[in-house]
Design a protein around this ligand. Structure first.
Ligand code: NAP
Ligand code: ZN
Length: 352
């Protein structure tokens, strides 16, 4: 029998999030049922609610989920009742295609099943996210959380952490790398910490004056104000890898100029056409690349969580009640969050 769950969602785009009662599937033999304790607030949630991206409604956002396992199916071996578990942006994939076979479920050729704004690939019920009491997920897509981790500040690792970790690992960042991060928000602050954890020299590009001290505290070695042409000129030809987290359309040509020979500018934030056009001259003359990357695979997500547990890397968070979510979105649009909102899901009881 399907399970009734209370969450916060929207019935259509551009409307405030409000309490929403919905049904989740009956748990299957390979499923765990997780009581959600905390859920991070990602800018992607905002893109969906504000109608920036094509979305299905009703929609319950949330893909940075940490909770406690309260039920396990007969075939579950990875978790037992009482364990802590995490859920990120995907809850399933075909498991057969080449990317899935190589632990790259995020690039599943049949399309991975998103945690929300999607349909279950077996029973076709809509998927709903983590701004809710409970989630049901196959154990393959649930992540183990080390006992020494602070659960609240681990939640954003499930998206902001893995989205920045995956390109750092793919482009083999190490102690001799020079990495730059564009934008100090949820993803940006994790990119700094993780690149630093891998031993790289890290530079932050920001358009916001006043983030310097925080950026240093988070681990950045250098800060460049991207609106200052002289500062941009001073780092020309410097970086092996740039991770660009800016959520809206922006000119990437000035950043490409700061890439070293063979350097790569990875877009993780903005989806869509570039404007102004990308000038190919610096790419050709310096064998530079412009690339994109989406979240990370399940094994890689576990690797990142374990790396964070071992290196005591956590997210800087501001805890909120679910009833504050619409104000939180407004603040996120103004870059007024240090550096991730995390919802205390116990607050949902006030809507019971
Ligand atoms: P966020 O917390 O709002 O941070 C974005 C940062 O970008 C801001 O703090 C700001 O930093 C900078 N920024 C914002 N507007 C800008 C503008 N108009 N021009 C230049 N810089 C601007 O967002 P987030 O949660 O980190 O997410 C960032 C983007 O990544 C979103 O679009 C999100 O949907 C996307 N995302 C992608 C993936 C993936 O798998 N590829 C996964 C998760 C999220 P400064 O003030 O320092 O300039
Ligand atoms: Zn996200």
């Amino acid at each position: 029998m399907a399970i009734n769950v209370l969450g916060y969602g929207v019935l259509q785009s551009k409307t405030p999030l409000a309490p929403y009662q919905f049904k989740r599937r009956e748990p299957r033999a390979d499923d765990v049922v997780i009581e959600i304790l905390y859920c991070g607030v990602c800018h992607s949630d905002l893109h969906h609610v504000y109608g920036d991206w094509p979305s299905r409604y009703p929609l319950v956002p949330g893909h940075e989920v940490i909770g406690r396992v309260i039920q396990v199916g007969d075939n579950v071996t990875k978790f037992k009742v009482g364990d802590h578990a995490g859920v990120g942006c995907m809850v399933d994939s075909c498991q057969h295609c080449q990317p899935c076979q190589h632990g790259l479920e995020q690039y599943c050729e049949a399309g991975n099943t998103l945690t929300y704004n999607d349909h279950d690939r077996h029973d076709h019920m809509p998927t709903f996210g983590g701004y809710s009491e409970k989630i049901i997920v196959t154990e393959k897509f649930a992540l183990k959380i080390a006992p020494n981790m602070d659960l609240k500040s681990a939640a954003p690792l499930l998206c902001a952490g893995i989205t920045t970790w995956s390109p750092l690992r793919h482009w083999q960042v190490n102690e001799s790398s020079r990495v730059a991060v564009v934008g100090l928000g949820g993803l940006g602050h994790m990119a700094i910490k993780l690149a630093k954890g891998l031993g790289a020299e890290v530079t932050l590009f920001t358009r916001s004056k006043g983030k310097e001290l925080d950026a240093k505290r988070l681990g950045a070695d250098h800060i460049v104000l991207s609106t200052d042409a002289r500062q941009m000129d001073a780092v020309k030809g410097r970086f092996d890898l740039i991770i660009d987290t800016v959520p809206t359309i922006h000119d990437i040509n000035p950043y490409v100029n700061t890439l070293a020979l063979n350097g790569t500018h990875v877009l993780v934030g903005y989806l869509g056409d570039l404007d102004p056009f990308l000038n190919t001259l610096p790419l050709i003359m310096g064998r530079k690349s412009v690339a994109g990357s989406v979240i990370g695979g399940i094994a890689e997500t576990q690797e990142m969580l374990d790396f964070c547990a071992e290196h005591h890397i956590t997210c800087d968070i501001e805890m909120i009640d679910i009833q504050y979510i619409n104000q939180a979105y407004e603040r996120m649009l103004k870059s007024d969050v240090k550096y991730r909102f995390v919802i205390d899901m116990a607050s949902l009881k006030q809507n019971k």
